[in-house]
Ligand binder design. Structure first.
Ligand code: NAG
Length: 235
């Protein structure tokens, strides 16, 4: 999350870029060079005088497939203790963001978006089998909720959930928890980074996903006559 910028509202205006811009141009080139789908973390994005926290996705030919603008901004104000208002400088995105690969459909969120079960549920309803969230939890919220939320989203929706955090830098203004992870639809953490920079590999096993959905068919057995989570906007 915000890999081209220190994490803090006062830095975003200075480090924000247009898309395409310097950082996303590089991501596009690398996606093409390696012929891979590349979910490019996030950067502060400037567009028409507004700033967004944006995750751009590139296809194997280097084209921009979709960009997710963080939907839920993190505003907290505990008087005398902590104030962090993302909305001081950022505007929220207003769209769901998913893209198709030859393997499966992928849904996107950024950091705080992970706390909102409805978003993940909408993605799952629309056929996403993998949800990816770049995010930077801190040393309080990280140990408390980082893994729990990923496992929750994964089990609730029987999907794979992958997160990518900045590595820990104890001298940074914002100290990130680290621990990028991949969780399977059973809720098991199948890959977990430490706090340092590293490359994490994991297989997304769609056969296992199908088996779990068959064994415990919650997606088919929802009582939509009693409750529903519906997108309020077409996408
Ligand atoms: C992390 O963020 C939470 C929520 O804003 C805050 O309450 C807490 O003090 C922060 N912890 C650290 C170590 O910065």
């Amino acid at each position: 999350e915000c890999f081209n910028s220190p994490y803090g509202t006062k830095y975003f205006p200075e480090y924000a870029e247009k898309i395409p811009g310097e950082s996303t141009q590089k991501l596009s080139e690398v996606a093409k060079e390696c012929s891979v789908y590349l979910i490019g973390g996030s950067i502060p994005e400037e567009d028409a005088g507004k700033l967004y926290n944006t995750c751009p996705v590139f296809g194997p030919d280097g084209t921009l497939l979709v960009k997710h603008r963080k939907i839920h901004l993190f505003d907290i104000d505990v008087p005398g203790k902590i104030t962090f208002q993302e909305s001081e400088t950022l505007s929220p995105g207003d769209s769901f963001s998913a893209f198709d690969t030859p393997y499966c459909r992928v849904g996107l969120g950024i950091c705080y978006d992970l706390r909102f079960a409805e978003l993940a549920q909408v993605y799952a309803q629309r056929g996403c089998q993998l949800l990816v969230y770049p995010g930077a939890f801190n040393l309080t919220t990280g140990p408390a909720h980082w893994e729990l939320l990923q496992r929750g989203r994964a089990v609730d929706n029987q999907v794979y959930v992958a997160t990518a955090s900045p590595a820990r830098d104890d001298k940074a203004a914002y100290v990130a928890w680290g621990h990028s992870s991949v969780v399977d639809p059973w809720g098991e953490v199948i890959a977990r980074a430490g706090t340092e920079e590293m490359v994490l590999y994991s297989d997304i096993d769609l056969k296992k996903l199908a088996e779990i959905r068959q064994q415990i068919p919650i997606l088919r057995q929802k009582r939509s006559d009693l409750y529903a989570v519906e997108p309020k906007k077409p996408w």
